[in-house]
Design a protein around this ligand. Structure first.
Ligand SMILES: Nc1ncnc2c1ncn2[C@@H]1O[C@H](COP(=O)(O)OP(=O)(O)OP(=O)(O)O)[C@@H](O)[C@H]1O
Length: 266
């Protein structure tokens, strides 16, 4: 669905990305990993079309052939892919329902239809925030606001009960940062569920164990370069993790479940 081909990005003389080629797997949860400053957010901004690469290109597969993000109209691009970034500030006291309705703007002309309102309520229900529909957005906690923003992007690319279902992409940049452990897992369950409705998910995640538990394919960035791509969570070499994240890493096994996980120390 989305291919990043030989992408480089240079700004103010700094090379943030260096010849990165990534084939994001369609209808899978693609996880981008890497230490602070590795270039993950930059890669996401380029893949979403928010930033133009200095070299190389991004291609979206469409029924009419491969297209760069710039070849879409802004509304058509917004109907194809949605982006949830780390912090979404909104000071205006809009009701939660209206914030989620923003995700439907690229779909309706002058005013929303019954279908748009229905999708907003379904999206709020999915993230467990339907009971907050009438609340003023700024009165919500950081984590609650993040759930509402998730509902907004879900509404933007809503495919669940669409009659004319089109392939969609959801980009998530550290989406779990302000969520408690229950909602971290809840969000990743939702993200995984999107695979069943023709939606490709690309997520930057920092919690390595959670990432490995939920992801289908992993892309490890370091210093603006892709240093590992694998579909096998157990295939990530310990030495590579230790070097890239500058920690000591041990593979441990949960005595009850038998599941392997990483334990880190300095
Ligand atoms: N205008 C700029 N000039 C120089 N360096 C920049 C500029 N903008 C960003 N950078 C650097 O580019 C690097 C990559 O930034 P990016 O936000 O993509 O990293 P990241 O992997 O998402 O990091 P984090 O995990 O901390 O969010 C960082 O070291 C950042 O300081």
């Amino acid at each position: 669905m989305v291919d990043v081909v030989n992408v480089g990005y240079v700004v103010d003389g700094a090379r943030l990305l260096d010849d990165v080629t990534v084939h994001f797997r369609p209808n899978r949860l693609n996880v981008v990993l890497g230490p602070n400053g590795a270039g993950k957010s930059t890669l996401l901004k380029i893949a979403t079309g928010l930033l133009a690469p200095t070299s190389g290109e991004v291609r979206y597969a469409t029924s009419g052939g491969a297209r760069t993000p710039a070849a879409f109209s802004p509304d058509a691009l917004a109907r194809t892919r949605a982006v949830l970034s780390q912090h979404v500030e909104l000071v205006f006291p809009l009701p939660v329902e209206e914030v989620v309705l923003m995700g439907r703007y690229p779909h309706f002309g002058r005013s929303p239809g019954a279908r748009d309102r229905d999708i907003v309520r379904q999206a709020l229900d999915l993230v467990g925030m339907l009971g907050y529909a009438g609340r003023a957005y700024p009165t919500l906690s950081g984590g609650e606001q993040q759930k509402v923003q998730l509902a907004r992007v879900l509404a933007q690319i809503w495919n669940a009960d669409a009659v004319d279902r089109q392939p969609k992409v959801l980009f998530l940049d550290e989406p779990t940062a302000s969520l408690d452990v229950h909602y971290q897992l809840h969000l990743l369950e939702i993200a995984r569920g999107l695979r069943d409705v023709d939606c490709t998910v690309v997520a930057v995640l920092h919690d390595l164990n959670v990432a490995l538990q939920y992801g289908d394919v992993f892309f490890l960035l370091d210093g603006g370069r892709l240093v590992l791509e694998t579909e096998d969570a157990t295939a990530i070499p310990r030495e590579l993790l230790e070097r890239v994240f500058r920690v000591r890493a041990d593979r441990a096994v949960d005595a009850e479940t038998g599941e392997a996980f990483w334990r880190f120390r300095l």
